[in-house]
Design a protein around this ligand. Structure first.
Ligand SMILES: *[C@@H]1O[C@H](CO)[C@@H](O)[C@H](O)[C@H]1NC(C)=O
Ligand SMILES: *[C@@H]1O[C@H](CO)[C@@H](O)[C@H](O)[C@H]1NC(C)=O
Ligand SMILES: *[C@@H]1O[C@H](CO)[C@@H](O)[C@H](O)[C@H]1NC(C)=O
Ligand SMILES: *[C@@H]1O[C@H](CO)[C@@H](O)[C@H](O)[C@H]1NC(C)=O
Ligand SMILES: *[C@@H]1O[C@H](CO)[C@@H](O)[C@H](O)[C@H]1NC(C)=O
Ligand SMILES: *[C@@H]1O[C@H](CO)[C@@H](O)[C@H](O)[C@H]1NC(C)=O
Ligand SMILES: *[C@@H]1O[C@H](CO)[C@@H](O)[C@H](O)[C@H]1NC(C)=O
Ligand SMILES: *[C@@H]1O[C@H](CO)[C@@H](O)[C@H](O)[C@H]1NC(C)=O
Ligand SMILES: *[C@@H]1O[C@H](CO)[C@@H](O)[C@H](O)[C@H]1NC(C)=O
Ligand SMILES: *[C@@H]1O[C@H](CO)[C@@H](O)[C@H](O)[C@H]1NC(C)=O
Ligand SMILES: *[C@@H]1O[C@H](CO)[C@@H](O)[C@H](O)[C@H]1NC(C)=O
Ligand SMILES: *[C@@H]1O[C@H](CO)[C@@H](O)[C@H](O)[C@H]1NC(C)=O
Length: 501
């Protein structure tokens, strides 16, 4: 059989050479396109019906025999086989299979058909390089807002591929970013939030139309624009301190670490920036630092500090009320951080009783200043110690105020054991009394005016009588001034100037 193959070839060659001109004149059909490693079938003309004896050749510098429908001739390679009696089936295509093929059919007459086979390869290895970016643990890339990002994509194929970039923002359609052969790159100079999305590099084989793509998710991260803010507040019935750290406006959310300062002992780490501390962890003047860290923020993070402080109290040590009139006790709290809750207590019994506002008591609070007004003073019920209490998780501070209740008409000569001092109101009132107390004094003055002859009009000057309440003769010389100086030293704590940051 093998001997039979060889004699047939020269015979064919002669005919092929003769007929070559006729094919070119007939014009060529569009090439058949196959892909490397795939199979392809080349048809011997576009003819239906019974077929004659078919022989396939490869057109090289010389025609090369491939296959015949005469089973006496074996195919040149096992990859070649006859399909449907006349077609050439090529398995596992190679790039070298690209070329022109000739089919000779012998029926009543001999006919020649030519087929142009093109072999495509790829695209393979779509290589994407997006820089400069960071990589999250799950592999997703992120870039800092405002940074420059270079996108580059390349791929290999035969013939060379068209490589293009496409961008798809969340919930919007895909937009192309231009294409180029083999390599495509572009630069985004100022990354912004609306450039976050999926970037796809698409490589297309122009011959086969086969496409390959690599999609990369790119997140655009931004640190919070301003500094973090620390806050301490009371929670859960003043027993617990809540530390809150806010550092808003960044994407994604930052992480927070609270530490005790100095020393940096960690209090807690969280996404929320909130920590709860019980009283045992607190002491006056202690500082707590919050460090916010953001993936594209400052390397060392950004921080703020709070300093917690117990309250300082300032109040009058004593007050007088005339029976049936009203009196106002004032309590000024300062330095407390977090701000203190202010209570008035009545020290008649032990334990002391919290005073609730009612028809008799009026409590008003303005910032960290609280006043207790006792209406319609009664000697039996109202005389005694009053306690102003300022409480925050750092501590409880108290100040006692003695209220003396007097019968109003002592001036008329009924000796109640009081010491009276005449004060010229024109000259001394403003000098001697704290500005803070002016309001209160005015209120009392008004009360007094209605009730009893406290004012004496003498030579057109108004004189006012101020009753010193406990009759301590030592204080007489200096009057009210001495009394106040003394009290403020004793009763108020040193007011700290440091403020929490
Ligand atoms: C190619 O054809 C052979 C049979 O001739 C078949 O086994 C194989 O699966 C085919 N390959 C492809 C990629 O179609
Ligand atoms: C094959 O022939 C038929 C009829 O002659 C024609 O309609 C068809 O387009 C042809 N196909 C090709 C690929 O030339
Ligand atoms: C097949 O080829 C052999 C050897 O060349 C030949 O003897 C035989 O006649 C051929 N058969 C046909 C049907 O052409
Ligand atoms: C053989 O012919 C049949 C019917 O004409 C067709 O369906 C089939 O695809 C053909 N096979 C090949 C390999 O061309
Ligand atoms: C096949 O024939 C076409 C048309 O004549 C020609 O353009 C092409 O270069 C040929 N291919 C080869 C591999 O010779
Ligand atoms: C081939 O010739 C036979 C008889 O000579 C005839 O019947 C048949 O139609 C012809 N076929 C073609 C395709 O011309
Ligand atoms: C990616 O591109 C950057 C510059 O654009 C270059 O420095 C880096 O080496 C490239 N990386 C790879 C893996 O090609
Ligand atoms: C990767 O993690 C980031 C941040 O947690 C998330 O936004 C993104 O959707 C994740 N990507 C994938 C593919 O899971
Ligand atoms: C396409 O690539 C060529 C060479 O790599 C380059 O010169 C040209 O600027 C590129 N065009 C575009 C639109 O990227
Ligand atoms: C990227 O595409 C994936 C899959 O379609 C989707 O889950 C993800 O949300 C997209 N990411 C962005 C930022 O659009
Ligand atoms: C005490 O205060 C109440 C309410 O403010 C007021 O109605 C009353 O007249 C005052 N009494 C005196 C004696 O000023
Ligand atoms: C209560 O009053 C008494 C005097 O009556 C005083 O000794 C004591 O310190 C007061 N207690 C408080 C807590 O103020």
């Amino acid at each position: 059989m093998a001997a039979g193959v060889r004699p047939s070839r020269p015979q064919v060659l002669v005919c092929l050479g003769v007929l070559l001109a006729r094919w070119v004149a007939a014009g060529l059909e569009a090439p058949v396109i196959g892909e490397v490693h795939e199979n392809v079938t080349l048809h011997c003309g576009n003819i239906s019906g019974p077929r004659g004896l078919v022989t396939w050749y490869r057109d090289d510098s010389e025609p090369v025999f491939l296959l015949s429908s005469n089973s006496s001739f074996r195919p040149a390679e096992p990859r070649f086989s006859l399909a449907n009696g006349s077609s050439l089936h090529i398995k596992a295509l190679r790039l070298q299979d690209e070329g022109n093929y000739t089919c000779r059919e012998v029926l009543n007459e001999t006919r020649w058909f030519r087929v142009w086979l093109r072999v495509a390869r790829g695209p393979y290895e779509v290589e994407v390089n997006i820089s400069s970016t960071g990589t999250l643990p799950n592999g997703t890339l992120y870039a800092a807002k405002g940074s420059q990002v270079d996108f580059s994509c390349s791929s290999r194929s035969w013939p060379p591929p068209v490589v293009e970039w496409q961008f798809r923002a969340p919930d919007s359609s895909t937009e192309p970013f231009g294409s180029n052969l083999t390599v495509s790159s572009f630069i985004l100079l100022l990354m912004s939030q609306n450039l976050q999305g999926n970037y796809t590099c698409l490589a297309t084989n122009t011959l086969s139309g086969r496409q390959r793509k690599v999609t990369t998710e790119l997140l655009v991260y931004s640190p919070p624009p301003s500094a973090p803010q620390c806050r301490a507040e009371m929670s859960q019935g003043q027993l617990t301190l809540q530390l809150t750290c806010r550092w808003d406006g960044g994407y994604p959310d930052p992480d927070f670490l609270w530490t005790e300062e100095p020393g940096g002992v960690a209090v807690g780490t969280s996404k929320l920036g909130v920590e709860m501390l019980n009283q045992s962890q607190l002491s006056d003047g202690k500082k707590f630092k919050c460090v916010g860290s953001h993936i594209v923020g400052p390397e060392l993070g950004a921080s703020c500090v709070v300093q917690i402080r117990s309250a300082s109290l300032v109040s009058e040590p004593m007050k007088t009320c005339f029976v049936g009139s009203n009196v106002t006790l004032t309590c000024q709290v300062s330095g407390a951080y977090p701000p203190a809750k202010i209570l008035w207590l009545r020290n008649l019994t032990q334990p002391e009783v919290v005073i609730r506002p009612n028809g008799h008591y009026l409590i008003t609070q303005n910032g960290q200043s609280s006043t207790l007004t006792i209406r319609n003073c009664s000697q039996v019920l109202d005389e005694g110690y009053y306690v102003c209490q300022a409480k925050n998780p750092v501590g409880v501070r108290e100040v006692d105020i003695w209220l003396s209740v007097k019968v109003g008409n002592t001036f008329r000569g009924q000796d109640m054991g009081d010491v009276m001092v005449l004060v010229d109101s024109e000259e001394e009132e403003v000098e001697e009394e704290d500005v803070a107390e002016e309001e209160e004094e005015e209120e009392e003055e008004a009360d007094e005016r209605e009730e009893s002859p406290k004012e004496i009009n003498k030579h057109g000057h108004i004189h006012r009588v101020t009753a010193l309440v406990n009759g301590n003769v030592d204080w007489m010389g200096n009057g009210l001034q001495a009394l106040q100086d003394d009290s403020s030293e004793e009763q108020s704590d040193i007011v700290q100037e440091d403020r929490p940051v």
